[in-house]
Design a protein around this ligand. Structure first.
Ligand SMILES: [Zn+2]
Length: 250
């Protein structure tokens, strides 16, 4: 039954992913999310509805604008697909429940924040802080018995990154410190798994970068947000399994 549910939410989740692309492109520039209609950034021609179908249009147009032939960034289909898969996974994992809705929202927020951070190296407060408030309130409403955990894990994760920021200012920014609030509110104690996996992923990535580019890699900027988001998603869907496997080592 949950498989049917996951399949059912896939198409609307693709459409949501399409909207998240609009958010990622416009919100950091404080442009309206509803007007005007989407247009090609190069030639300015408006994009017809039939060229704006998630995934399908990108494939049909082979990733190019119909009018001018300019390449369309792969961020667009990637955000659509990631959003749809993660929201479907939320319903698959948590069934038809409040938990699935919170997980779906949490995933969508992490996708759009990762897209913005990868492209512009910022994590807008306008998304991070309201999402933190929404996710914290929803999780407290769903599981009031874990209120202390939701709050403590938000503050703890944020404080941890703040101390890391003080110790090593070049590694990250205040945006990451605020993002940790959202991660704690969404994950509770599994946030420890999320942070650990996120930092390991960033470490592996920078090691590969150093191996390929040598000392030149020191000048490359690596946004930390997408790695934290990746760790958080691992924790959301497999946090308990990772924690018990880890504790099982001792
Ligand atoms: Zn064009």
């Amino acid at each position: 039954m949950d498989v049917a549910l996951a399949a059912l939410v896939f198409a609307p989740a693709l459409a949501l992913g399409s909207f998240l692309n609009v958010v990622a492109a416009r919100l950091p520039e404080r442009r309206s999310l509803v007007k005007p209609r989407s247009a090609c950034p190069t030639c300015g021609s408006e994009i017809a509805w039939h060229d704006n179908v998630p995934l399908v249009s990108y494939a049909a147009l082979r990733g190019r604008c119909r009018s001018c032939g300019t390449r369309i960034g792969w961020r667009y289909p990637a955000v659509e697909l990631a959003t749809a898969l993660l929201i479907a996974a939320s319903f698959l994992r948590f069934g038809l429940s409040g938990h699935a809705l919170v997980a779906a929202y949490f995933c969508a927020a992490l996708v759009v924040l990762s897209a913005i951070d990868a492209e512009r190296r910022i994590l807008p407060d306008l998304i991070v802080l309201p999402s933190f408030a929404v996710v914290l309130a929803a999780n407290i409403a769903l599981e009031p018995g874990r209120t202390v955990e939701w709050v403590a894990c938000s503050l703890g994760a944020s404080l941890f990154l703040f101390l890391a920021l003080v110790a090593y200012p070049k590694g990250m920014g205040m945006g990451d410190v605020k993002l940790a609030l959202l991660l704690g509110a969404g994950l509770g104690k599994a946030v420890s798994v999320g942070m650990m996996v996120g930092m390991l992923a960033a470490l592996v990535f920078s090691t590969v970068l150093f191996a390929r580019h040598g000392l030149g890699a020191r000048k490359m900027y690596i946004p930390f947000g997408p790695f934290l988001a990746f760790g958080a998603l691992v924790a959301l869907f497999a946090g308990d399994a990772v924690l018990s496997a880890y504790l099982g080592l001792f």
